[in-house]
Design a protein around this ligand. Structure first.
Ligand code: ASP
Length: 428
């Protein structure tokens, strides 16, 4: 059986078992105890270990891979052009995503008729300012940056190191060989981990759905439905058009290739934790060269959040309607700009999109407490939007790779039909 088929089976089984346990836990007596024990002592433990082992690989992988990538890139001095192209595409796709979200939300009116009584408490925590976000890109201490998993700082340090490697003559060459060997070793670790995914994913979803009441979703069905609709339109429609238009590559093949990363993103709700898988997929299945992917993927996981900005766009309209406040045209433009910036400031970990939403709401003078209205369904939406975030990173990586002539179409076309991953093949 293909690995992604196994992961999907794990997901479906996890949702079903979780939903069953949700019912059982209400039954009382033995069943309640049994389901509580299984959820806390088995599913939670296995699921948490799975996510931890994914996260474990992020920092070493990004560092080593980007040193290799930027030194390969530096030789051709295309680094600057590639970086500008990548940033530009990330920003444009995000702005497009918010615009789409605002348009759909205004057509569907998800917030009309919402009863504001019974809103939960929400303590808004401070969102980072644009200035802070900018200054924070530059590390003062690389070890600290790595210990804290500060992705942008790690990216800056790794690029510097990679560029220095190619300017260091013979010692640089020796260092590069070491980095390249390490890179292969870590990629093999990623492959190991991907084979545990069906079980990890099963446990994560079983735990989540055993706690998630279906009632929360029914109350907010219109908001939930609008966000999911726009996520689908953007994640499938817009990305297909952009990919086809900018590269001529077949979108169906693209989605087949990118599927494992989408599934990981969905299950973990974290772009960051998914970096190892996204990088593996973009390099080994889509065929983008390491010199591009090692830069575009971790950068995308950190600053490119199309799915998150879609949620923020719909949520803004929803909250405005629920409170009966009108947003002006200028207000909408401000939402587009702020949500695009907020997406840069949103860390790729679960639930942060909801925190940076307060930045957007404040910008247009909406009550931040409105966030309490949508908290109930956010975990599930977080999973879906993270899958879109990751697809966006992979799509832009493909476009940049293709435009720099560093996308191997033979790999792109072949891998979708292949059952296993490169490392597995090499291992015989
Ligand atoms: N969970 C999202 C991600 O990691 C961020 C968010 O929207 O909260 O991409």
């Amino acid at each position: 059986m293909k690995l992604s088929t196994k992961i999907i089976l794990g997901m479906v089984a996890g949702v079903l078992v979780g939903a069953l346990f949700n019912l059982l836990s209400a039954a009382g007596g033995f069943w309640t105890e049994l389901s509580a024990w299984l959820v806390n002592s088995v599913f939670d433990v296995v699921g948490s270990i799975f996510v931890a082992s994914l996260k474990l690989l992020v920092v070493p992988l990004v560092f080593v891979s980007l040193v290799c990538g930027s030194s390969a890139m530096g030789v051709n001095t295309r680094m600057g052009a590639m970086a500008v192209k990548t940033l530009g595409l990330y920003l444009v796709t995000t702005a497009l995503a918010v615009t789409l979200a605002l348009t759909f939300a205004n057509l569907i009116d998800p917030g009309l008729g919402v009863d504001l009584a019974g809103t939960a408490d929400f303590e808004p925590s401070a969102a980072p300012s644009v200035k802070e976000v900018l200054i924070n890109i530059f590390p003062t201490n690389p070890v600290q940056a790595m210990a804290e998993g500060n992705m942008l700082q790690i990216i800056v340090f790794s690029i510097l190191m990679g560029v220095a490697v190619i300017h260091s003559g013979e010692p640089g060459r020796r260092a590069l060989e070491l980095f390249q060997s390490f890179n292969e070793v870590i990629m093999t670790m990623v492959t190991f981990l991907m084979h545990l995914a069906p079980y990890g994913v099963f446990c994560l979803l079983a735990k989540l759905f055993s706690e998630l009441g279906i009632g929360a979703i029914l109350d907010l069905a219109k908001y939930f439905g609008t966000v999911v609709l726009v996520l689908l339109v953007h994640g499938i429609g817009v990305y297909s058009l952009l990919l086809k238009g900018l590269t001529g590559l077949n979108p169906v093949t693209f989605f087949k290739n990118v599927r494992p990363a989408m599934l990981f993103g969905f299950s973990t709700a974290s772009s960051n934790a998914t970096i190892p898988v996204t990088l593996n997929v973009v390099e080994k299945r889509i065929g983008v060269d390491n010199s591009i992917a090692s830069f575009t993927v971790p950068l995308g996981a950190t600053i490119n959040m199309d799915g998150t900005s879609i949620m923020q766009g719909v949520a803004t309209v929803f909250i405005a309607q629920a409170y009966g406040i009108d947003i002006s045209l200028g207000g909408y433009l401000a939402v587009i700009a702020t949500a695009t910036l907020a997406s840069i400031g949103t860390a790729g970990v679960p639930g942060v999109g909801l925190i940076t939403l307060s930045m957007v709401l404040q910008q247009v003078g909406l009550p931040v407490e409105g966030i309490a209205l949508i908290i109930g369904v956010d975990r599930l939406l977080d999973m879906i939007r993270t899958a879109v975030n990751i697809t966006g990173d992979s799509m832009v990586s493909s476009v940049v790779g293709k435009s720099e002539n560093r996308l191997d179409e033979a790999v792109f076309n072949e891998v979708s039909d292949r059952d296993t991953y490169e490392a597995e093949k090499q291992a015989g």
